[in-house]
Design a protein around this ligand. Structure first.
Ligand code: X8Z
Ligand code: ZN
Length: 599
């Protein structure tokens, strides 16, 4: 252990130099512990069994205990004058850690966390009770994306939502234990701790999210109304509810979070044909083994970043990543990007399918990897996104550049659709980007209520559906009760990954995209911009990535975009033609906008 207690003779007031020395030793310890925990987590999530779960839990426990000790020791420097800005920021960031100090409780917390994560990863639904037809979530996703059979969709929806029933008591315990840690370290609860990580007061942060949602909500409601009408045309009574909500199983996605998969059902009848990216990818990649197909998909993402001037990924990335679902063991298929050693041991963990959804997801994940690599020279406590929403927005901002012009450059499509195709193309994008917003917001609204105690365990499911109905305007296909635990059927709940980051990222990505389009010298409508191949755009991006979390995100955002706050402007600009069009369509067709929620 590099910590030297002798430095701190009782009572002597510490100096800034002592603080620096202490910080260097603490960061070195935390780096070692974090790397051990990362490595254990990698093995656990790519090879789920009782042993890997226990090993991962233990490594997390060691990291959390070390971080706790650091926070407690750091109190000695509270109020110390003469600290550099960097040092003040490091102390502030360090204090965002807080786990139970009781050893037994901490061990229990990390075990419960590992177990919940494993339960999700192992989750399967066996279609019609047939044990030879058991599907993991990545496989169910593919069927849900394609099926237009309301009965089949309902069956998959109901089947998958059984996976989370046994998670409920464990989740309840996770909430208790993690709150206990947050409280010991001066936070009201875990939700309060999560909201403290944004260089502003927790309550200001919540208000910012509501402010921006208020700007975008009218657009969401128009889209909701338009899509609902299209689904009713297709599915008839199965899609039509008196209250105006959409049944959650009919939107092409298990959580109704992104609706791009129902594009064909709702596209205007006279729409110009755009292109079929999935078919193009399948033709290009051909009939190769899944591992090879997965690698080729990831290569597209690498190629984009490379065109911006980013170095290619190291060989170890290609050797050590998980690109596909292994046949012989359980894994967490939910996509993620890793940096095993806080240096160059970068990895992707996905169960890639050759389709347009995963095409975007590989760009999303490589955005994380590029960020990790760019800030690796920062001190340990700054090796992070400017805030977690930045981390989630990088790959998406790049993926917005996947325009028809870009796909033609790659020879994935032959002809670029004419300007009349803009509305269909925008509709396709909005079905993913706009439809996601209320889901992105309500996930943590639910957790903040749960952590604060406003929602009691006996009301977990009720509160979940109240939020989904209020914000998304979607309703479950069949009646739900407290015998269900529907939030647990979404990875980030058992995985305990905060979710407000994804809401932020939907907004930031348009801010970043616009900034990179401008840097590349692009002139024209925002939605047709691709900065593929622009070193100037790449330099702008890299400058932001290299900074990591070393300064308040507002400053980093200003350097990147000229604005220092979350701003829906670029997103609204991008979709301006579609917003107008949707309003006209709904008015013309006499489609009622909005829904009613029973109280
Ligand atoms: O979880 C993710 C990424 C991994 S960081 C695949 N996303 C959210 C989700 O799937 O729910 C990306 C979009 C939102
Ligand atoms: Zn991500």
């Amino acid at each position: 252990m590099s910590f030297v207690p002798a430095l701190f003779s009782q009572g002597a007031p510490p100096s800034p130099a002592e603080a620096e020395k202490w910080m260097a030793a603490t960061e070195a310890d935390l780096l070692t512990a974090a790397n051990e925990a990362q490595r254990a987590a990698w093995v656990q999530e790519t090879f789920i069994n009782d042993d890997t779960e226990a090993i991962a839990a233990k490594a997390n426990e060691r990291f959390a205990a070390r971080a706790n000790r650091a926070v407690i020791e750091a109190r000695r420097f509270d109020g110390l004058k003469g600290l550099s800005t960097d040092m003040q920021r490091k102390f502030m960031l360090l204090k965002l850690n807080g786990s139970p100090t009781d050893e037994k409780l901490l061990a229990e917390l990390t075990q419960v966390s590992a177990s919940l994560d494993g339960m999700y990863g192992k989750g399967k639904y066996c279609v019609g009770g047939d044990k030879t037809k058991c599907l993991g979530i990545d496989q169910i996703d593919v069927v849900m994306a394609k099926s237009h059979d309301a009965k089949e969709l309902e069956d998959l929806w109901v089947g998958w939502h059984k996976v989370s029933v046994p998670m409920r008591p464990k989740y309840e315990r996770l909430v208790e234990l993690s709150n206990q840690g947050a409280k010991e370290f001066g936070f009201k609860d875990t939700g309060d701790l999560w909201r403290a990580g944004y260089d502003m007061k927790p309550e200001e942060f919540s208000a910012e999210l509501d402010r921006v949602w208020g700007q975008l909500q009218p657009f969401y409601q128009e889209l909701h109304a338009y899509v609902r009408a299209g689904l009713i045309k297709k599915y008839g009574a199965a899609a039509e509810r008196k209250d105006g909500m959409i049944p959650a199983h009919l939107l092409g996605n298990m959580w109704a979070q992104e609706w791009g998969n129902v594009y064909d059902l709702v596209a205007p009848a006279d729409a110009v044909k755009t292109y079929d990216l999935e078919a193009a990818l399948k033709t290009r990649i051909g009939n190769v083994p899944p591992l090879e197909a997965g690698k080729q998909m990831a290569k597209f993402g690498e190629g984009f970043f490379h065109s911006l001037g980013f170095a290619e990924l190291p060989d170890t990335f290609w050797q050590r990543s998980q690109f596909t679902r292994p046949a012989d063991r359980d894994v967490v298929c939910h996509a993620s990007a890793w940096d095993l050693d806080n240096d160059l041991d970068l990895r992707l963990k996905m169960c890639i399918h050759v389709d347009d959804v995963d095409f975007v997801t590989v760009h999303h994940e490589l955005g994380h990897n590029m960020y990790q690599r760019a800030y690796r020279k920062q001190p340990f406590l700054f090796r992070n996104g400017a805030n977690d929403g930045f981390h989630e927005a990088i790959g998406d901002a790049v993926a917005l550049s996947i325009t028809p012009e870009y796909l033609k450059t790659l020879k994935l499509i032959e002809t670029v659709p004419p300007p009349e195709a803009d509305i269909p193309l925008q509709l396709r994008t909005a079905l993913d980007k706009i439809a996601f917003l209320p889901f992105g917001l309500l996930m943590d609204k639910w957790r903040w209520q749960v952590f604060s105690g406003e929602t009691k365990p006996g009301d977990y499911n009720k509160a979940w559906w109240e939020l989904r109905e209020k914000y998304q305007g979607v309703a479950p296909p069949i009646a739900r009760t407290e015998a269900d635990f529907d939030p647990g059927a979404k990875y980030h709940i058992p995985g305990n990954v905060p979710y407000a980051r994804y809401f932020l990222a939907r907004i930031y990505q348009f801010q970043f995209y616009k900034a990179m389009c401008e840097a590349s010298g692009y002139k024209g409508p925002l939605n047709r911009c691709s900065f593929y191949g622009s070193k100037a755009a790449g330099d702008r991006l890299n400058a932001m990535l290299e900074k990591g979390q070393s300064q308040p995100w507002q400053k980093t955002l200003k350097e990147m975009t000229g604005s220092d706050h979350l701003d829906a402007g670029p997103m609204l600009e991008y979709f301006a033609p579609l917003t107008k069009w949707l309003k006209e369509q709904n008015a013309k067709n006499g489609t009622k906008v909005g829904w009613t929620v029973e109280k």
